[in-house]
Design a protein around this ligand. Sequence first.
Ligand SMILES: Cc1ncc(COP(=O)(O)O)c(C=O)c1O
Length: 423
Amino acid sequence: MSAEPILSTLLPDTATLKVDDVSVGGVSLRDLAATYGTPLFVYDEATLRSRCREAASVFDDGVAFASKSFLCGAMARLAFEEGLCIDVATGGELDIVLRSGVPANRVILHGNNKSHDELERAITAGVHRVVVDNFDEIERLRALVGPNQTLDCLVRVTPGVEAHTHEFVRTGQEDTKFGFSVSSGDARRAITSLREVPGVTLHGVHAHIGSQIFDADGYEETMRILADFTRDDDFDELCVGGGLGVAYVAGETALPIAAWAHALRTAARDAGLDAKVRLLAEPGRAIVAQAALTLYLVGAVKPVAQRTYMAVDGGMSDNPRPVLYGSGYEAFDVTRPLAERPQRVRLVGKHCESGDVLIDEAWLPSETGVDSVIATPVTGAYGYSMASNYNRAPRPAVVFVADGKAREVLRRETFDDLARLET
Ligand SMILES: Cc1ncc(COP(=O)(O)O)c(C=O)c1O
């Protein structure tokens, strides 16, 4: 469909296109591919910082970065430096964030099945909030919070809102493993019982209705339901979770973080939410997706009667989203970014699956072929964090670029890394 060159709006903020190269953060993508190899995740620090700052400035203190979207020590520190808390959903995420030096009192623990050990570590470390998800967890907390300990909590509720997004990333509806239902009365029972746990302070409710959501309607409805539900609770926080969508391909438009916050604040005011209640959120994708792109080397081009397959040196192991959700991406040739893209190919990876498709219908310049370095933009969210070692593929390296310099924040896995668990 597209003979046009790649849209610069899909690229990181600092991307500069020349006839034969693209630079991000003042660093040439050609040079990055040559220095660090491919596949390679390249994150623009300026984009990351600007999105974090935007979130910190339009929400109240306690707004968090959802680290499941992309986590390493450098990312946790960056989000913390820019004023955000870090939301973690497992002991592994909690561990990386604490190791990174982010203080525990800026960490929020989520999870629909938090283990005894995860809760114990969170309590001992002194996390900012635990978002309580189910009645078993309440009982675990009753047993765990010691006589001299305190724990600050939110309670996760399901408002019964069906967000307009893929069913696998929809979480606000009644039929879900997450949180307590408002309409069934479970949420009210959870609030009552949490308030009786010695040492626990309940600050408010949390809801997350889904991911990759483009319009504000679902959030506004959530706000109305939650404001109504908590009217007599005297809470001081309300968190609407994450889920703000981003544009992955030409033709998609997403709400900026500031516009999302504005819509939420308006809905909160209209719903009569007490002005003292801190309005919080935990965006992941909206912070990191557009900040990164993935570089690949083309290794094989195979025309068949129906189409041409172009194979790169990564695939579903570094970006499972197309396979999981049918997500769309675009591609461009790093050495021909301004060229028209009349060549239609199916961009595939190197895994032993016919379904290992990165882009069903990718458009590239006619000269792009074997040995070309190509990039898929908007791969900063749920790419590296969902990466696997399928087919024993070593995970790619991750570099942050800023002010003309690149720093490797996660090195490429080696075969020795892959062999380290063998006994
Ligand atoms: C509880 C919670 N908060 C925040 C997020 C982040 O969502 P997104 O990356 O779509 O902003 C998720 C994603 O699954 C989530 O489950």
